[in-house]
Ligand binder design. Structure first.
Ligand code: WNU
Length: 152
């Protein structure tokens, strides 16, 4: 996507406000803005499907999504949380080199996500040990809570 200057600054200051990216140097953040795609979703649309392959990381810039997941013994995927503006998702498949581990379903019309592909995600995360360590820990905790949910 070719962003105009105004849009670039808008996304730049938005990304600055995302706690995960707060520590990134300005030029790094600026590069992320240059390689972002913006995707739009309507209520009920699947942004991510559990079990599918995925190569993208998402940051919610407008709207809301819900996270659902298959649970042992239950026919319907269960809702596990709601995410809103400034929250992100899709890091687990990229970090664990695995398929998508949950569904992400749009919960509000005109939801907007900033999308970073695997290559740019790796550049963003790979060069910052703290960020990488933080996400790896978080992903490990997600796996643990997944197991706990399925056992209960
Ligand atoms: C959860 N279990 C699993 C969330 C978002 C970011 C962080 C939690 Cl750092 P993916 C499906 C995505 C997955 C996660 C997200 O769903 N997710 C969860 C859980 O309890 N996934 N397995 N909670 S919201 C969330 C922490 O981003 O990444 O690529 O796709 O597997």
């Amino acid at each position: 996507m070719q962003t105009t200057q105004a849009t670039h600054e808008e996304y730049f200051s938005f990304l600055r406000s995302v706690s995960l990216l707060h520590e990134l140097p300005e030029e790094k953040l600026s590069k992320i803005v240059d390689c972002l795609e913006v995707d739009y979703f309507e209520k009920g649309e699947y942004i991510i499907r559990e079990g599918e392959e995925g190569n993208t990381f998402f940051i919610i810039s407008k709207g809301e999504v819900i996270v659902t997941q298959k649970t042992e013994g239950l026919a319907e995927p269960q809702k596990i949380k709601t995410l809103g503006v400034g929250d992100y998702f899709g890091e687990k498949a990229l970090i664990s080199e695995d398929v998508r581990s949950a569904n992400i379903i749009c919960n509000e019309n005109d939801t907007q996500c900033l999308v970073v592909d695997r290559e740019n995600f790796n550049q963003m995360v790979g060069t910052y040990e703290e960020l990488q360590a933080y996400l790896k820990d978080y992903v490990r905790e997600l796996s643990i809570s997944d197991e706990r949910r399925n056992v209960d």
